[in-house]
Design a binder for this molecule. Structure first.
Ligand code: ADP
Length: 546
């Protein structure tokens, strides 16, 4: 840039000076030729006045003594030189001034061996010619020209020096800028080289750096955004002025808001929960950053308020964690243990009772004692069954990875049927089977428990000599019995833990009320559909659709 600036400056100055100089030279030359012409004309009229056609000698000597630098030649009518102030011999040159009288001619004189200016006129039959040396006429012009050219060179040199100096001074700040740009652009620069190329190089480098930095920033922003949006928590950030700075989609959904109606708005837009508004007010006004459990739309949330004092914000960060599932699970577990202890307490009380009767001698006969022992064993078995079923449920609910294998349900049905053989025999139940080969991917224990609990109930709640029909198709498993049936009002509740229909409590085998909740749990695990069709006093059908 510097070189170009200097070059352009010098060229401009040079052109303008040269133009000015040539213009002045041409003006001077024009003026000079006019002056010469006038001078020659004046002298011509003096000479013609003095010359009378005879007095050549006299005329020459008169004008030679009075006027310097002029040559006077007198020709006769045949163009022969009569007399000349400078030469005696006729060179025989062609003299156009004698043909074109009164016009000034500039031409080379062989006689004098130099350029001369001529003008002639006819007077008294002869030609009078006045001439003047060109060098004399142009001496001023040539002096002017020489001095002018000298001055021109000096001016051009001076202007170049001034331009360099000026350019350096003007571009010095640019060099600093370029150096700073180089730091930003993470490139190197020679500080004495701040030409156009260097500047554009730096700008290119910065452009590149800014571009890649912007991509990085965008990536970081995206990362943070992805994290905020993918977290299961609802997040809200409120600044110290009480305006929402940040809110993720979960929070927008929870508070039923649109982003544009939340960002930069007062936290009072979180209308969905007065408790949250109260907690934020507390934290902003009293600097109390609480942690509590609140309720929104029948769900439970653990709310955390954390003070934020960062460069980008000063305020409070609110996170809401949906703990409804844990909360409900805890509730279910509490209820389960209450029920379990209650269910275990009854057989235990019975056992203790029978033993006391024996111990205190109230049961004294052999038969009475045998009855007491039989009852004790039955209640102990019931306790054992409750504990086994509870263990089954806790195994099902645990997060242990259950081994999944390919199984033929037909084989599992046969296995269960075999294990329940004695009970079937005892009640003289006729079992008919219509089963196909059906391969499923399932945990062996799960499918065994599912079939066992339904079939066991079909035996348990059947009449003596009743029937059970087992049907397995590619789509479903149906177990139909001719038992006591379930009243319509109870059908929906039989899958609840420890729920037992009153009339079934008298059944000989007794039950735990946990069997069908195990069945339901397995169905949920594998997304099977379970349907119960029952007619009180007629029978019950369980249909499982895979
Ligand atoms: P239980 O150990 O009492 O059998 P379940 O959870 O297996 O517990 O069953 C819950 C209740 O559903 C039973 O007490 C019984 O009243 C009723 N029930 C289940 N299966 C049948 C059936 N096949 N016929 C009649 N009632 C049934």
């Amino acid at each position: 840039m510097k070189k170009r600036l200097i070059f352009v400056n010098v060229i401009l100055v040079s052109i303008s000076i040269v133009v000015l100089f040539l213009f002045s030279v041409s003006l001077i030359m024009a003026d000079n030729s006019e002056t010469t012409e006038n001078q020659i004309n004046n002298y011509m009229s003096l000479v013609t006045n003095y010359y009378d056609g005879m007095n050549e000698e006299e005329t020459i000597s008169y004008f030679s003594s009075s006027i310097n630098d002029f040559r006077i030649t007198i020709f006769d009518a045949d163009f022969n030189i009569i007399i000349d102030t400078l030469v005696d011999v006729d060179s025989g040159d062609y003299r156009p001034e004698l043909d074109d009288l009164g016009t000034v001619y500039t031409r080379y004189s062989n006689n004098l061996d130099r350029n001369m200016v001529y003008m002639a006129t006819k007077d008294d039959g002869n030609f009078i010619r006045i001439s003047m040396e060109v060098s004399q006429i142009n001496s001023f012009i040539s002096t002017y020209f020489e001095v002018g050219v000298g001055l021109l060179i000096v001016i051009i040199i001076l202007s170049a020096v001034a331009a360099i100096h000026l350019a350096e001074r003007t571009l010095k700040p640019i060099s600093n800028v370029v150096a700073k740009l180089a730091v930003i652009g993470e490139t190197t620069v020679k500080l004495d080289k701040y030409d156009e190329y260097e500047l554009s190089k730096q700008i290119d480098a910065i452009n590149y750096q800014i571009g890649s930095k912007l991509i990085e920033i965008e990536k970081e922003k995206q990362k943070i955004n992805d994290i905020i949006e993918s977290t299961k928590e609802s997040i809200v950030v409120v600044n110290s002025q009480g305006n929402i700075e940040l809110i993720n989609q979960n929070a927008l959904d929870l508070f039923k808001l649109l982003k544009e109606n939340a960002i930069d708005q007062s936290y009072f837009v979180l209308l969905q929960s007065n408790e949250v508004i109260k907690l934020i007010t507390q934290s902003l006004n009293d600097k109390v950053f609480a942690k509590s459990v609140i309720n929104i739309d029948s769900s439970f949330y653990e709310v955390n308020l954390i003070e934020v004092k960062k460069l980008w914000i000063e305020g409070v960060l609110i996170t809401l964690n949906d703990i409804t599932l844990d909360y409900n699970l805890g509730k279910i577990k509490r209820e389960f243990f209450q029920n379990a202890s209650h269910e275990l307490k009854s057989p235990l009380t019975a056992i203790v009772g029978y033993q006391q009767l024996i111990q205190e001698g109230i049961y004294s006969t052999k038969e009475e004692i045998l009855d007491g022992v039989t009852d004790t064993i039955r209640e102990a078995k019931r306790m054992n069954n409750i504990i086994i079923d509870m263990l089954d449920i806790s195994r099902l609910e645990s997060n242990i990875q259950h081994e999944i294998v390919e199984l033929n349900i037909k084989d599992v049905i046969n296995e269960v049927y075999k294990s329940l053989g004695p009970q079937i025999l005892r009640k003289d139940i006729k079992v008919s089977m219509d089963v196909v080969d059906k391969i499923i991917e399932v945990n062996n224990y799960h499918i065994f428990e599912l079939i066992k609990n339904i079939l066991e109930n079909a035996i348990k709640y059947n009449i003596n000599g009743g029937k059970i029909n087992i049907k397995l198709t590619d789509l479903s498993l149906t177990i139909e019995d001719t038992g006591i049936g379930i009243e319509e009002t109870n059908v929906d509740r039989i899958f609840e833990r420890f729920y037992r229909v009153n009339n079934s409590k008298d059944s000989v085998d007794g039950g735990t009320g946990l069997g069908l909740s195990i069945v339901k749990h397995v169905c949920n695990l594998y997304d099977y559909n379970i349907q119960v069709i029952s007619t009180f006093g007629v029978g019950t059908t369980f249909i499982i659709t895979f």
